[in-house]
Design a binder for this molecule. Sequence first.
Ligand code: GTP
Ligand code: MG
Length: 200
Amino acid sequence: FRQRSAKFLITAVKQGHYQHLSHPEVAFAGRSNVGKSSLINSVLCSQSLVKTSKKPGHTSALNFFSLSSRARAGEINIVDMPGYGFRSRREWGGFITEYLSGRKVLRRVFMLVEAKVGELKSTDVSFLELVEEYRVPIQLVITKADKLKSADAAQISNAVIKEATRIAPSVLLPQAICCSSRTRMGIDTLQAEVLSVCGL
Ligand code: GTP
Ligand code: MG
């Protein structure tokens, strides 16, 4: 990632705002405050390109970032999604459904679950139902793993995968990634996944 450059592209709330962006894309989703924006900063090796906050509900639209590699002459987009669980489904649902249903370049959604929470909440279940319906490949990321012992994080990861597989059997990848933006645990693995799924 050191020979790659990251930049902010656009904030979007409807298809017309992003349909001209045609590079391979991944998106980060999860409940408010789970650590999506922090994790994208870690993946992009940036301190503050993506704005983060202690207050839930900070990211309120789709924020698009680009990562380009000169060495491989390629570019990918990374999307920071607004957290669910903070806004009502009606408020959150419309443009998220539009995004998930019609985004041909979207290669994978990384869905974050906080290690300490340790289970899927009803909003996670609704999100999984949505990606199952629209056939978007999804991979679980257990976040803030620095708050748990690694054996506990592994156990939680297995339990969450099992539960999520029941809800989204045709799109969920069988492997989760345990991460911490604080300690950078798991970040190399996540970076490698992002690049390989986008063919960079
Ligand atoms: P919304 O935009 O509101 O949906 O939140 P978000 O999911 O983007 O969360 P954000 O990255 O803004 O982080 C929320 C809070 O969690 C901040 O106070 C972060 O400092 C904290 N946080 C993020 N990642 C980690 C982590 O790996 N470990 C710990 N201990 N705290 C973290
Ligand atoms: Mg955010």
